[in-house]
Ligand binder design. Structure first.
Ligand SMILES: Cc1cc2nc3c(=O)[nH]c(=O)nc-3n(C[C@H](O)[C@H](O)[C@H](O)COP(=O)(O)OP(=O)(O)OC[C@H]3O[C@@H](n4cnc5c(N)ncnc54)[C@H](O)[C@@H]3O)c2cc1C
Length: 395
């Protein structure tokens, strides 16, 4: 019997690939005209080039994501620096600085002043142990040291981008999981990685091609409105859609937005190809050949600002950090209003397991109970888990 995968975001695509590889015939139904969900590229008329719906950063410890790309033969579509370098610019001090992790497990970088966060001492990094020992539902903001340069310049920006939630309401658990699989293993597991060309070219188009080549059936523009309880199905849709399709299913119901700004401008890529920022509105900037793309995470706090004001402020900040013309170039401000679930302890308790009361129906998606924040790694891992569960059903 064919297996149905509903939703062709990363969770659905990962599940479809694993099932197809195991010899099952897979039918993918996606409501949008193309695959990708919240990780997609498209042609932007104002900018006259392809853009991503938002900058996406992975780390080399995101093994499920890397294995997914390996299966598709698309690993080289990711790029990034050869060592774990994170260049930053602080708008309040007008200073560039770079965090440099050493490859191995023992964090020698903490002992080297020029490798660690400015203004910190080696002993400050014991705060990371406190974070590792915190209970998963503890609020991050109560665990991070206050009025401390390590918190302000590194732990907070890291937490906001990884959790897409402000530390004063975020649960510690998902950040602990990220740190255990990356920084705690050393620089080799913390290499920053991002799409060389675009998200669709890296994560989505190779999967669609691979699935077609291996005999799967894909339908785009097909919105599923009812489930057949007797069909083996992986439901890989956003939580609010899953709740409509599965009566009684408890799902996360609070979300955080991400704002991305693409400017038709270029800067030299520097050592890493991206920068982190502190003390301003902008949080991360990626230098593309034709585009300068800025991310602002946990952006609900800026919902009252209009796009023109955000663009002007971000452009002024970029002008402080880099040599750029004063006049704002062609640009696009993109809001993903429900970019991810809100990472509060209460929302964590609403993340369902993959299995449901019906053995034929399995859930996938970055919002399910993966233990990780809502990320590419979490989405792919959830798809893998859902496929593994369904593969145990008799054919
Ligand atoms: C702006 C932005 C920046 C991000 N940055 C990062 C980052 O730096 N690093 C990182 O790891 N993660 C990042 N993420 C998160 C990452 O994009 C998501 O975790 C991941 O894409 C989620 O994949 P998914 O398959 O779980 O869900 P989705 O991508 O939401 O896929 C669900 C799919 O189901 C389809 N669907 C909905 N209803 C139906 C229906 N009734 N029938 C059929 N199909 C349906 C949708 O169209 C969609 O394609 C970011 C997200 C955003 C929005």
């Amino acid at each position: 019997m064919s297996v149905h995968v509903i939703g062709a975001g990363l969770a659905g695509l990962a599940a479809a690939c694993l099932l197809t590889e195991s010899g099952r015939h897979v039918i993918v139904s996606e409501s949008a005209p193309a695959a990708g969900g919240r990780a997609r590229s498209y042609f932007d008329k104002i900018l006259d080039c392809r853009v991503d719906n938002g900058n996406h950063l992975l780390l080399s410890g995101n093994l499920a994501a890397l294995n997914y790309l390996n299966r598709l033969g698309a690993r080289r579509a990711l790029t990034g620096p050869a060592s774990a370098v994170f260049p930053f610019y602080d708008f309040t001090t007008s200073r560039h600085w770079t965090l440099r992790l050493n490859d191995g497990r023992f964090p020698w970088w903490v002992l080297r002043r020029r490798h660690r966060v400015p203004g910190t001492r080696a002993l400050d990094y014991l705060a990371l142990n406190r974070l590792r020992r915190a209970r998963p539902h503890d609020i991050l903001g109560t665990i991070l040291p206050r009025n401390n340069p390590l918190t302000r310049n590194f732990l907070e920006p890291l937490a906001i981008s990884a959790l897409n939630t402000m530390p004063d309401e975020a649960a510690c658990g998902p950040l602990q999981a990220v740190l255990e699989e990356t920084m705690a293993l050393g620089g080799a597991a913390s290499l920053p990685r991002y799409a060389r060309i675009g998200l669709s070219e890296t994560f989505i188009d190779p999967a669609v091609d691979w699935l077609r080549t291996h005999g799967a059936t894909l339908h785009f523009g097909r919105r599923v409105t009812v489930l057949d309880a007797n069909m083996p199905t992986i439901l890989a849709v956003p939580p609010w859609v899953a709740a409509e399709l599965v009566p009684g299913l408890v799902v996360p119901d609070q979300f955080e937005s991400i704002c991305n700004l693409h400017f038709k401008a270029s800067i030299p890529p520097g050592e890493a190809g991206f920068w982190g920022f502190t003390g301003g509105l902008s949080e991360w900037a990626f230098a593309r050949p034709e585009l300068l793309s800025v991310t602002i995470s946990a952006a609900n706090r800026y919902a009252a600002l209009d796009n023109a004001e955000i663009a002007a402020r971000v452009w002024a900040e970029l002008g402080q950090a880099f040599t750029l013309p004063a006049a704002i170039p062609a640009h696009r401000v993109l809001w993903e209003r429900r970019a991810t679930i809100l990472g509060t302890p209460e929302q964590q308790t609403r993340r369902p397991r993959a299995i449901t009361a019906n053995p034929n129906l399995v859930l996938a998606g970055d919002w399910t109970d993966t233990g990780l924040p809502a990320t590419i790694e979490g989405a792919i891992r959830s798809g893998n888990e859902a496929a593994t569960i369904l593969m145990k059903l008799p054919e």
